[in-house]
Design a binder for this molecule. Structure first.
Ligand code: F6R
Length: 369
């Protein structure tokens, strides 16, 4: 049932190109427009939406952080992303014009369910992004967009995360399309770029041996830090979460701009620091700033593990280890940048003798608050 792999997690990492492609399947028409008729929220209602709130937990929350950036960029609707477990306890401001997106692989996460119940009580419309047909969260939502990742067995979420991203990009583009924003007119361009991503993920998977080797060489370490900016920040958080839950290591993700406000004090000789570098073509300002951050931490002794786009030469002098990913549009980079971090955590867990598919103290779906 593990299809020749030692662990479900490895199988599920390998299935990601297909999962991504399957999540796009049937949702794009011949003109490159989106057909999300399955989201049965009338276009008239979506045109009235004046605020989007994304609620989710853990890895799904990281997908939600990236969704916020895509939604605001492509639709110009204000969007906030919040931990489902915090949401209802702060009396959030919601009404009929609020669209709440609840992201959940299992569809049974109690924190997320309670958040969406609260949102609906306040009159908000709830759209579930979910991987499990007929589960509680989509049943209690106004609408659902299913991720077509197939069953995810390993406790640590991998392919579900990538498909949550794809589904959120589709929702963002669909909102743009329905509302006729600038980006709404260019949906076909972005959709084409999205369609190329499955092949890019495949490319990443084929080049993971050095990442495994690196992970094994770090098995004795106690701490790993992760840095990123913009969409790379949630990717850094996701890399750190994977390492905590699988390798039981102390791992922290930071927004690279925050380094100087405190975390840089943590840098010491030989501390491994993974840096997710934005594309030098997209937000070139951010690229330059991250390169400076890499220089700064390396000057203080950090062992830099740099994830950078193919052809980005500026990082080469400061990277103790360089992990290449294919060039993608800025907002889509998490789909490729997360994959090496999954492989890294999985291999470190194995090297430390941990149970990869069943990490201690964790359950696949968390049905208590
Ligand atoms: C991390 C992980 C968890 C889940 C979280 C939400 O690898 O698996 O953080 O992402 O518990 O679960 P769902 O998506 O089922 O609501």
């Amino acid at each position: 049932e593990k299809g020749g792999y030692d662990y479900f997690m490895l199988k599920e990492i390998a299935e990601q190109p297909k999962a991504v492609a399957d999540t796009l399947l049937g949702r794009i028409d011949a003109n490159g427009s989106l057909t999300l008729d399955e989201v049965r929220i009338p276009a008239a209602v979506l045109r009235e939406v004046d605020k989007v709130v994304v609620v989710a937990c853990g890895t799904a929350y990281h997908a939600g952080m990236i969704a916020k950036l895509a939604i605001e960029h492509w639709t110009r609707i204000p969007c906030e992303t919040e931990l489902a477990s915090e949401f209802r306890y702060r009396d959030p401001i919601l009404d009929q014009r609020t669209l709440v997106i609840a992201i959940s692989q299992s569809g049974e996460t109690m924190d997320t369910l309670m958040a969406l119940r609260h949102a609906r009580e306040q009159g908000a419309k709830v759209l579930a992004v979910c991987n499990t047909n007929g589960s509680t969260i989509p049943r209690e939502s106004d609408a659902v967009l299913y991720t077509h990742a197939g069953p995810e067995v390993a406790v640590a979420s991998t392919k579900a995360f990538l498909t949550q991203l794809v589904a959120c990009y589709l929702v963002a583009l669909y909102l743009g399309q329905v509302r006729g924003t600038k980006w709404g007119d260019e949906v076909d361009v972005v959709v084409r770029e999205l369609s190329d991503i499955a092949a890019a993920v495949d490319t990443v998977l084929e080049t993971m041996e050095p990442v495994r080797e690196l992970a094994r060489s770090l098995a004795h370490k106690n701490t790993v830090l992760f840095l990123g900016r913009h969409v790379g920040y949630p990717v850094a958080l996701e890399g750190a979460l994977k390492l905590k839950e699988l390798a039981y290591m102390h791992a922290e993700g930071f927004a690279a701009g925050e380094l100087k406000h405190g975390p840089i004090a943590l840098i010491e000789q030989d501390l491994p620091v993974v840096v997710v570098v934005p594309s030098p073509r997209g937000r070139s300002v951010l690229h330059g700033k991250i390169v400076s951050n890499i220089q700064e931490i390396r000057a203080r002794g950090a062992r830099t593990i740099v994830i950078a786009e193919e052809g980005d030469e500026a990082v080469v002098p400061y990277a103790d280890h360089l992990i290449r990913i294919p060039a993608t549009p800025t907002l889509l980079q998490p789909l490729v940048a997360t994959v090496p971090l999954q492989v890294f955590a999985c291999e470190l867990a194995t090297a430390r003798g941990n149970e990869v598919d069943q990490p201690r103290n964790l359950a696949k779906s968390v049905t208590v608050e």
